[in-house]
Ligand binder design. Structure first.
Ligand code: FE
Ligand code: FE
Ligand code: ZN
Length: 294
């Protein structure tokens, strides 16, 4: 793999080996970056950091020349900063504050966040709640060296952050905080209506609306659905409607170098596809028979 090409996948982080196990898993896929959830994505139960074998993990990652400063954490899905119920809104803020601190505890710099669902109160009201919630969180975590990366969403249900304009509205609403970045998910923007195959247009729109300097992570996923479907169902690299040739462009584009590309593609027959998908990416060659032996 060319040295400045950063490719990995989301990996598990669970006992007994915790972060050490995450690093081992990523290395077994041939990855040089990774993404973890610091606990189950669906809840806020968290193993204390002291038990997570963080130093052992970092040591192993270093020995294997992984690009540690481009590792990513993902916040749990239960967070909804747009929630109109003030108690639930506060609950989401508290979880996110804790998650920022945990991310720092793993010595990871980037935390990906789904901005939220407006659950019926409308886009503008939802975006306002997100902005107010994020301000509280940013204020409470000033001292942490963590950038919260707002993920571009597919537009399923009442999801917000479904256009570059909305993502930018959130960032501007937070006074263009330096602690905010963006995670671009190729499946999500396809499902939200962007023409992913036109990489020049995607990059120039992103740059003019948000600013390319805000782009800190790319979720590299194919999609099971057509452009604009607003579904959010990920497909294996090259097996979906976006296709291998388009996705590979995002990995090797000069303008996106230095940005980690993270696979969140589905398991095949309960087996992780990441080693094989990463190999295809490194060889820049699609293998349509990839899953024949799974
Ligand atoms: Fe996500
Ligand atoms: Fe994603
Ligand atoms: Zn998704």
């Amino acid at each position: 793999m060319e040295k400045d090409i950063l490719v990995g996948s989301h990996v598990s982080m669970s006992g007994p080996k915790y972060y050490l196990g995450s690093i081992q898993e990523a290395l077994s896929y041939g990855a040089n970056v990774l993404m973890i959830y610091t606990g189950a994505p669906q809840n806020s139960t968290r193993t204390p950091l002291e038990k997570c074998k963080i130093d052992e993990g970092i040591l192993l990652a270093r020995e294997n020349n992984m690009v540690i400063d481009k590792f990513i954490c993902h916040a749990p899905y239960i967070i909804n900063l747009a929630n109109p119920d003030s108690e639930k809104q506060k609950f989401s803020q508290d979880i996110l504050i804790n998650e920022v601190k945990r991310t720092a505890g793993f010595k990871i710099k980037y935390l990906v966040l789904h901005p939220g669902l407006h659950v019926g109160i409308g886009e503008e009201a939802g975006l306002t709640n997100i902005i107010n919630g994020l301000k509280v969180v940013l204020d409470a975590t000033k001292d942490e060296d963590v950038i919260i990366c707002i993920e571009t969403m597919a537009g399923k249900g009442s999801e917000l952050g479904i256009s570059f304009e909305q993502v930018n509205q959130i960032i501007e609403g937070c006074n263009n905080s330096e602690k905010l970045g963006v995670c671009l998910d190729t499946c999500h923007i396809n499902d939200a209506g962007y023409d992913v195959s036109n990489i020049d247009e995607v990059i120039s729109k992103f740059d003019s609306i948000i600013g390319l300097n805000r782009l800190k992570a790319i979720h590299l996923n194919d999609s099971k659905n057509l452009r604009g479907a607003r579904k959010d169902r990920h497909e294996n690299i090259g097996f979906g409607t976006i296709g291998f040739d388009t996705l590979i462009k995002y990995v090797y584009d000069e303008r996106l170098k230095g940005i980690p590309k993270i696979l969140e593609t589905p398991y095949f027959n309960k087996k992780p596809p990441y080693k094989d998908e990463i190999e295809m990416i490194k060889e820049k060659k699609f293998n349509k028979d990839l899953f024949k032996n799974y």
